[in-house]
Design a protein around this ligand. Sequence first.
Ligand code: RIB
Ligand code: CA
Length: 302
Amino acid sequence: MVEDVLIDTDIGDDIDDAFALAFALHSPEVNVKAITTVFGNVDVRTRLALKLLKVFGREDIPVATGVGKPFFERTYRRDRYLGDEVPRQAVVLVEDESLPKPYPKHAVDLIISTVMDSRKEVTIIPVGALTNIATCIIKEPKLVEKTKLVIMGGAVSNWFRPSLSRAEHNIRCDPEAARIVFESGIPITMVGLDVTMKCVLSEEQVDRIREGGLATTTLLSHMTEAWGGGRLTLHDPLAVAVSFDPTLTKTQPRLVNVVTTGKARGFTLAVEDDTPNAQVCIEVDSDRFISLFMKRILKNPN
Ligand code: RIB
Ligand code: CA
């Protein structure tokens, strides 16, 4: 069965968001109903998503701009708010290039209407800060009964090291929002660093994408060059994959608490409990996932 999905993304900083969108668009198991942007310079993120859809020939998919600022403007890295910077990948946006228009309403309204007006369940895949999703839950509490989330965010094992300031990025960008989402009762699969850090492309695989010879792989390679970040870890694409093939990971039910104060702000503490709020991915078949990912990105049927 084809799954209806909505992807909520902070495309533009790390490169894996662009690859997550590309992977979803090339995966027949999912039907991307909408894309929404979150955190920081959301207007640029929206234009990046629109550009990607244009190159992928999917201008029919609506892209809506979401909330740019976290619930509280305290953030990590010595409380400096990082979000206003122009994402590096914006270099692929050519001035005066004609792009489809963003959806005329706010991302929060697009998420709510996409989920609430659909007869079929729409899975939301948040791969950035959880600000839009928390806002949706506050605005339309019935959302929690109509959808499920496959979240790229957090970490459970061996990552609780506040002295190293290693809270996972998406959660630490807006811990209050994350807390609202995890405590809302919405069904959650958490795809955290425990599994995503095991899904890294080799240099040879990155080269194969660069030499892919398609308009899509050319765009992705330009974005990768602009990002310039080193090891290409497939955090967000793994969340997309898990949305349609949960057998790629092994999960455990856990009660995930998001810490919002002190040095551990942004960390996720996942404990065994009689009242779990998430299925937490603890193991991944990374070889099978990466091989599927490469085939889809290269549009290779074999
Ligand atoms: O920690 C990984 C997450 O942070 C991913 O969503 C990646 O895109 C970055 O933003
Ligand atoms: Ca992301």
